[in-house]
Design a protein around this ligand. Structure first.
Ligand SMILES: *Cc1c(COP(=O)(O)O)cnc(C)c1O
Length: 421
């Protein structure tokens, strides 16, 4: 497997160390299943404020949530293209269309900013939990004394930057070399400070962390270790259950759920997977998808070295078109929390992400960024899974794309054309 990873071949790894006591394992690593409820309640307290600050959230009553759609037309075309049979239905979770920042980061990133805001205001007796949170609009001057910093490949910076600036905070975003120019531009338009590095994500985080250490008024959002980010993501699970129920779908042993999550540092997919396991138990299987150039989570789990090993250590360059996934070293937190919970990981080539992107555009008229297509490969790899249920519900977690400028999207689609004979 290590040889395959080194040669950038697509790999499929199944976890042989799954727990036999899921409930115990979910609560054994410093995060408790009940913490998700606390995060959910906090997001509900902020919903009235979000409605005022971001009219795009009016349609969902201030809740940042994305649509769920069935894409069986795509499934049929993919079966033809790849010459495979995919058993069961294929759905897509369109986090690409989440309000405010158009990616999965609108869950974790925004949640952590809100949690920090609430803590500050409670501490200074400017807010109580029973208040109408729309009053926070009038506390901008107070919040402008404080700063928020983050390191990012692009999307986390975008979500944290937009939210923090809107509340009044000063913001510094430390961007890695893969960050797209339009993302930096958008942040500058929101009056965020953008600091760019010629190196990768790990360096951007390190520099952000350092800058914040020397400034007491600065709060650093640490994507490599943050429980808050993780919990913000995890809230998705219970809401997904509600969405499935509204379609008269109940997940059980006769209708198991298979979820394919694009993975960078691990917080986003990790938080969602953790949430899904608390809601659906053994009836959900979660798989992480990574680029062949940056399979940091697969490497960390497989070797049990987690954040102690980077893809550079096995000679990989961490350069991929999937900029949201260009992470060379996995989160310290996530690998440990999920080591006996996550069902598997696989890696995907950039060419395949582009190919899946263009096929989705053509068959369903859904436009995503390359990272968001990584999970599609799971539908094909899963023929190797021994007991794939004929009645399974497969869910592609589409993690970003809605804010990509039109000309960039056209380039993506054109690139994918090359691989669709
Ligand atoms: C950040 C991101 C991911 C993965 O989230 P991590 O927390 O970095 O693992 C997946 N897709 C997109 C589009 C992203 O921006």
């Amino acid at each position: 497997m290590l040889e395959k990873l080194k040669n950038m071949q697509e790999c499929y790894w199944l976890n042989e160390n799954l727990t036999s006591n899921l409930e115990y394992e979910l609560n054994a690593k410093g995060i408790q299943a009940k913490d998700i409820e606390d995060a959910r309640a906090r997001l509900n307290r902020f919903a009235p404020l979000l409605k005022v600050l971001f009219p795009a959230t009016l349609k969902t009553n201030g809740i940042i949530e994305s649509p769920l759609e069935c894409i069986n037309t795509y499934k049929k075309e993919l079966e033809k293209l790849e010459n495979v049979e995919i058993k069961g239905d294929v759905f897509i979770k369109l986090d690409s269309h989440l309000p405010i920042s158009g990616s999965i980061k609108a869950r974790g990133g925004i949640y952590e900013v809100l949690k920090h805001t609430e803590s500050l205001l409670l501490e200074h007796k400017l807010l109580s939990l029973q208040d109408d949170y729309t009053k926070i609009i009038h506390l901008k001057d107070f919040l402008s004394q404080y700063k928020i910093a983050v390191g990012s490949t692009g999307n986390l910076g975008l979500s944290i930057g937009i939210m923090s600036a809107k509340l009044g905070f000063k913001v510094s975003v430390h961007m890695s070399n893969d960050a797209k120019e339009w993302k930096k531009q958008m942040l500058r338009e929101h009056n965020c400070e953008v600091i760019t590095y010629q190196s990768d994500y790990g360096k951007a985080v390190e520099e952000g962390r350092k800058a914040a250490q020397n400034d007491k008024s600065c709060y650093f959002i640490d994507d490599e270790n943050s429980k808050n980010l993780f919990l913000g993501y995890s809230v998705a699970a219970k809401r997904l259950k509600g969405q499935l129920e509204s379609l008269d779908i109940t997940i059980n042993e006769n209708r198991p759920l298979y979820v394919y999550l694009p993975c960078g540092v691990g917080g986003g997919p990790g938080g969602v997977a953790y949430g899904l396991k608390t809601v659906f138990g053994q009836n959900v299987k979660c798989f992480f998808a990574e680029p062949t150039h940056s399979p940091c989570m697969l490497l960390g789990l497989m070797t049990k070295k987690h954040s102690e090993i980077s893809v550079n250590d096995i000679g990989l360059d961490n350069k991929t078109a999937a900029d949201g996934l260009a992470v060379g070293r996995a989160s310290k937190l996530v690998g440990k929390v999920l080591e006996h919970i996550i069902d598997g990981c696989f890696s995907v080539s950039d060419e395949n992400m582009y190919k899946f992107l263009t096929l989705l555009h053509k068959t369903e008229n859904i436009n995503l960024e390359p990272s968001a297509l990584a999970g599609v490969k799971g539908l094909i790899f899963n023929k190797e899974l021994k007991n794939t249920h004929p009645n399974a519900l497969h869910l592609i977690w589409a993690t970003g794309g809605n804010m990509v400028p039109k000309n960039e999207m056209e380039k993506f689609i054109k690139e994918g054309e090359k691989y669709l004979n």
